[in-house]
Write a protein that binds this ligand. Structure first.
Ligand code: ZN
Length: 202
């Protein structure tokens, strides 16, 4: 096996959900097809131009995304989500006109993900800053997924937010535990938003 082949396959193997067999199939695909060059260029281009929006954390070109600059969106309600796929699911439902905050994952001690690896500090800063600039945040909807880690993260956030004068709510999921917001249909997302309930800090 040539070093370039080994390097390509081992890079692909590090992608989420890609095992050794799939990595080899993908390697063959990018070598055989001109799509391989387009993919390589797109990756380099995206890595160079995109960075997280300083406010909500979505990947964007520049320092602020268009949603954070959209004055028609209510700055008083922030929906806290794990990643951008959840944001897309909520936007598709058309039932939310507030702001977002992307955590970049959930607390997962086994995977070495603690509060420092997530965008939790920036959420607290946002809530604190909002009180001083007169656009105070009234409600934080914690929309992490109904998984063990998602629930633990929600409780952790509720505890951190307790000192602030802000209502902390949790989506009233109409879907089974372990499900993902990202793959929920519009109606389920709308019902989950409408059915949100006060999240008590433990
Ligand atoms: Zn933003």
């Amino acid at each position: 096996m040539s070093p370039s082949w080994i390097r390509l396959v081992s890079s692909l193997k590090r992608l989420p959900g890609v095992g050794p067999r799939m990595a080899e199939r993908l390697a063959l695909f990018v070598l055989r097809s001109s799509d391989g060059e387009e993919l390589a260029q797109a990756v380099l281009d995206a890595r160079q131009k995109l960075s997280r929006c300083e406010t909500c954390g979505v990947f964007t070109e520049g320092t602020a995304c268009r949603r954070c600059q959209d004055d028609s969106r209510d700055p008083g309600v922030i929906c806290v989500i794990e990643e951008v796929g959840d944001l897309d699911a909520i936007e598709r439902s058309g039932s939310f006109r507030g702001r977002y905050h992307i955590l970049g994952g959930v607390l997962s001690p086994l995977d070495g993900i603690g509060p420092g690896q997530l965008r939790i500090d920036s959420l607290l800063k946002r809530v604190k800053a909002s009180a001083s600039n007169g656009r105070s945040v009234k409600e934080i909807i914690v929309a992490t997924n109904p998984t063990v880690e998602g629930e633990a993260t929600a409780s952790y956030l509720a505890r951190l937010l307790r000192p602030f004068e802000v209502r902390v709510t949790r989506l009233g999921y109409g879907m089974p535990s372990g499900a993902s917001l990202e793959y929920a249909d519009e109606l389920t997302v709308t019902r989950a938003l409408e059915g949100r309930q006060e999240l008590a800090a433990e």
